[in-house]
Ligand binder design. Structure first.
Ligand code: MN
Length: 452
């Protein structure tokens, strides 16, 4: 299962916009991605100064992600959680399309994008970084931003999660951590890499389950790490156990500049790619970034809240909340207090969650106006609000204590109270007859075609 096969499927469905004008990887391509970020897949056929094509906005919409996973929105969370619960190790192959070209590392030959005006430099943003423990028993795959420093060095941002753990294990043995940086991947692999199954579960095995067992891995040429055989490009490197460099500023999921920190340096030792490889770009802070990071967390919240209250209808890590900090959850409330139980479960499931709103199942969690309507009519701050000060939160939020990663959390229970008649909260409807429905459809068509 490859990026190119998915691109072909999208072409067949007329969901690819080709850009044939030659555009520079320095700001120009990023500005075009930003302008069409809610839209189709973008394929930059001519990149100024490079012979390589760039694909962007691959996972830009929920429906495209569903299409990649061959599922529907209603089954998406269950598919994601099931894959984490039943990981399936991929087959290892000897020969792979990605090994077609092997060469001495020169990162300047790759059209890495410079995105925002104050970014520290060009950043690789759609890569799955994989590493194994020295005994080979534990593998982790995760997504990291990578700053190009020179022809054969990168800086990597490692937040204290699983790769950090593997890096620390290597550090104790005074050795560098060998990694594969894979770019140009089927959406299922990126989505799995963005999810967080328990330490020890390889995200490749989660991806393989999502892909129905069709993922193949290949061992890198120069390092002890594995990459998807059908990746477009693989950068092989070693994360230094001692050398660090100032990393950032970089615009992350919030759309603001993340602060500078000392982060480890990667020495690139080999590059392999397909002959006509496609470089995959991802605009930080755009809808695609928010969806890829947010969807696995939505699935985690869905699962945790489902264990705490009888029925969860939908979960949305909203776009305005950066797909990361705000969640709206709809439930079928059965007992007084279900709303607050749901809030507590949501905070436990996604530690970066800052504000959460629980609504009844008649509210569309993806419609901010409906959510605000529920807040206006079903919420009393003196009763329905919980505030948790100094809890662990996201270091990306500039209003939080970014050094210690502490933040205040707010939970809003906007479900209707059960002791007041249901009718008081009913969304009033106008009955629509069959005839009226037909006329409405006709008028809509007319509006679309004639009235401008
Ligand atoms: Mn992991």
């Amino acid at each position: 299962m490859s990026l190119r096969r998915f691109l072909k499927k999208m072409e067949e469905q007329n969901k690819v916009l080709h850009i044939s004008d030659d555009l520079s990887p320095r700001f120009e391509i990023a500005s075009v991605i930003k302008a069409f970020s809610n839209g189709p897949v973008l394929l930059f056929d001519n990149v100024k100064g490079y012979g390589t094509k760039i694909a962007a906005n691959i996972c830009g919409t929920r429906s495209r992600i569903c299409s990649a996973l061959e599922t529907c929105p209603d089954d998406l969370y269950i598919k994601l959680s099931d894959a984490q619960k039943s990981p399936m190790p991929p087959k290892i192959v000897e020969d792979a399309p990605v090994m077609e070209i092997q060469k001495k590392p020169d990162l300047s030959e790759i059209p890495v994008l410079l995105h925002f005006e104050r970014d520290a430099g060009p950043y690789i943003t759609a890569a799955a970084v994989s590493a194994r423990s020295s005994d080979g028993k534990i593998e982790n795959v995760s997504v990291h931003r990578l700053l190009v420093l020179d022809k054969n060095h990168l800086a990597i941002r490692i937040v204290p999660r699983h790769l950090f753990k593997l890096w620390n294990m290597a550090k104790k043995e005074k050795r560098d951590l060998e990694i594969a940086i894979s770019i140009g991947l089927h959406p299922a692999i990126l989505l799995a890499a963005a999810s967080s199954p328990p330490f020890g579960v390889s995200e490749y095995a989660v991806a393989n389950r999502l892909l129905g067992g069709s993922l193949r891995l290949v061992k890198c040429a120069e390092v002890e790490a594995y990459a998807p055989a059908e990746a477009e490009l693989v950068i092989e490197g070693k994360i230094s156990f001692e050398k660090e460099v100032k990393e950032g500023p970089f615009v992350d999921i919030t759309g603001t500049y993340d602060v500078q920190r000392m982060q480890p340096i990667i020495e690139v030792v080999n590059i392999m790619h397909r002959k006509d490889y496609i470089y995959q770009a991802l605009l930080p802070g755009g809808p695609e970034h928010r969806l890829l990071m947010g969807l696995p967390r939505e699935a985690a919240i869905y699962e945790a809240v489902s264990k705490a209250v009888p029925k969860v209808k939908a979960v949305n890590l909203s776009v305005g909340g950066c797909g990361w900090l705000h969640s709206v959850i709809s439930i079928e409330k059965q007992t007084e207090g279900d709303g607050k139980t749901a809030l507590l479960a949501a905070f436990a499931a996604h530690p970066s969650l800052k504000h959460a709103i629980v609504v009844d199942s008649d509210i569309d969690v993806f419609n901010p106006v409906e959510v605000e309507w529920a807040l206006a009519l079903r919420f009393q701050a003196s009763e329905d609000l919980i505030i948790i000060p100094n809890a662990r939160g996201s270091t990306l939020d500039p209003s939080a204590d970014q050094e210690q990663g502490l933040t205040s959390k707010m939970g809003i229970d906007a479900t209707r109270p059960l002791n007041v008649p249901k009718e008081n909260f009913e969304k009033a409807r106008v009955p629509v007859t069959k005839k009226a429905a037909e006329i409405i459809d006709k008028l809509r068509d007319q509006l679309d075609n004639d009235v401008k």
